[in-house]
Design a protein around this ligand. Sequence first.
Ligand code: GLU
Length: 462
Amino acid sequence: MLVTRFAPSPTGYLHIGGLRTALYSYLWAKKNSGKFLLRIEDTDLKRNSKEAALAIEEAFRWTGLSHDGDITYQSERFDIYKKYIKQLLDEGKAYYCYMSQDERDALYEKQKANKERTKYDGRYRDFQGEVPSDIEPVVRIKAPLEGEISFKDGVKGEVKFDVKDALDDFVIARADGTPLYNFVVAVDDALMGVTEVIRGDDHLSNTPKQIVVYDALGFKIPKFYHVPMILNPSGKKLSKRDGAMDVMEYKKEGILPEALLNFLVRLGWSHGDQEIFSMSEMLELFDPNEINKSASAYNAEKLSWINAHYIKNLPTERLVEVLKEYELDLSRFEKKEQLIDLLRDRAKDINELKSMVNSIIIEPNEYDQKAVEKFLKDDALEILEAFNKELKSKGEVTLPEDFKEVANNFLEKRGLKLKHLAQPIRIAIVGSAVSPSVFDVLSIVGYKDVVKRIDNLISRGE
Ligand code: GLU
């Protein structure tokens, strides 16, 4: 069975680069009826925090990328790592290294002076002498001393590392016994049955080290896909300002998870020139073997365009559900369908949609001063009052076309044009001169409230 995983270190929030590799791993597993696992890599007790782990889980919930089985926390697996470290020590594939800080500094200094790569020189590899009593040893794994480590990467193609340039006997456990990333990642991927690893290409140079661990423990090496970074539009590392922020910030900015995932799937992969992908299309079409070889540039306008597309096209129930997360509950609002359809084309994010909805459903408690000055002059208020009388005498009116008919008859009788009425009505109903089609708005607000809001404006003597 094909098994993928996402393995974030909880040192901070989940950012979009991480979410993208999570999405790719999710899609590839689901497409192949496999499993997508989530593992929190929290072995570095000093740098990791529970809050960060919770924030990552929250971001997962928001995006709807569901992982299979329980979340694995590496901090709960120290016994397992210890067991494998012991096994390697027992088999002579790893060893204790007693090099002191001073020794290390001297070694690196010498290498630098000779213009060599700084690396451990294997001095405790076959150490037989007396063990220094004042040093708590680290554990190093025996890496090959020469030759090549190569693998076929699904994105990069054939990747080769000359061990002389890329490796040394690296540390797999610190002096306090805690294991290190390149060791635990390989142990866990193997024990969790991960067959395909999709991750950022910042991990490419770690891969030969992990291969050393797989080989030493006799584990099968998974297939790797190293995904190029997301850069900013000028080709530099993505900064916070460009969009490298906590995934949940996107929610705060009114971005739909559907839009963010669609944006991310395209950031590094394409299918012809198609831009919009529903989740089922992503599942059908995505293939990590087609991931772009070069880095992709973050494009905020495109995200905004995709978001607007989803707001235009998602089913009303979904938007009602989303608005609830933004503390606007329309579930019992009778005309929600009509209301959302009226506004969805105008909103580019959910915050905008929410404020547009509120401007209609909540009675205004103040009126835009500029609109008042511009449109409520001369006899505008009298006209509005007369129109309200007409509405009152007519009795309940429901549909937009019925409001329109009342207005047209009224205007005709008085020899007036719609412009004499439309803006004053808007001010009365939504507090400003901007709203979608006025008769649609009247129908949504409902007869009783329309009459009341007009009365309110008039009684304020504006
Ligand atoms: N925990 C690593 C990180 O957050 C990723 C490990 C991996 O994907 O192999 O960068």
